[in-house]
Design a protein around this ligand. Sequence first.
Ligand code: AQP
Length: 328
Amino acid sequence: MQKRVISGIQPSGELTLGNYLGALRRWVSMQDHYENYFCIVDLHAITEPQDPQELRRRVRDIAAFYLAAGLDTRRSVIFIQSHIRAHSELGWILNCMTPMGWLERMTQFKDKAAKGGRERISVGVFDYPVLMAADILIYQAHLVPVGDDQRQHVELTRDIAIRFNNRFGETFTIPEAFIGDTGARIMSLADPTQKMSKSTEDPNGTITLLDPPDLVRRKIMRAKTDSGSEACFDPTRPGITNLLEIYSTLTGLSRSQTEDHFAGHGYGDVKRELADLVIAALEPLQREHHRYIDDLAALDHELQSGSDRATAIAERTLRDVQEKVGVR
Ligand code: AQP
């Protein structure tokens, strides 16, 4: 029996090169080896204010990118989280069994609370790891491919599942985070100490998957680097390290092969070559994306059939949990 995999992306902004290298491209490469569930987690996106029209547009836009990147609906179940009501229902039950202290320890919550202030951020931001646990546990997933920033949330999911199983008997598969060696964390081009993010305030730091070639080139050529000149991976030089990381992820070269490739070349050469590489990688992705967006009826049909397949599994787990807890 193949192991089951689940992962998702929030429609909280335009997809970035970080989402592509850290998530999408990895999912595509895993597709043949697992039973795959990939969703667009719109209920997570609304933990921050979203424009409703824009949110609906982005959900389809991301679905089109899933398909454009090579996810194949014959091998992967692709669906929208909010279409499967069982996620929210299981989320509530798990809420009732998760200590607040566990959530207060989540680094992402602490960062957001520090930036936004506890009076401003929503309960959803605090509670989102529990909904994420429901997203994973409801499919009895074995593996969760995520970037390393999500490792802590998968650990929490395991803790919640173990606690539930101990109290009510074997119910949930205990999942594991599946973190890649490269592409695990692509950093902002403007501030390489920060993750490249969809919802970033500085657009120069982020390459979005729909950026035209001239914009990609401009952003990479202006990427912040340090005062050194040698192109090598060095944690004290996050700017050049990030550019080399993107290069090695896209080419499949190891870190030392990447350093050998650029031996004797300055930062300008790295940037020029990287810009060519990123533009070439985005070109087919953008072409395919347009093709899916041009036929929204077909896209919606694929999403509906994904929802039907996901619902069948999710309802089975939910029913079992409800019976064990005594609410059915
Ligand atoms: N910079 C990144 N490098 C590698 N992987 C990344 N991922 C995101 N950014 C990078 C991976 O993409 C998947 C989707 O994540 P998400 O949408 O649930 O939220 P996120 O991790 O918070 O992504 P963003 O782009 O940073 O969104 P915002 O700005 O809304 O917070 C995950 O597998 C993630 O690891």
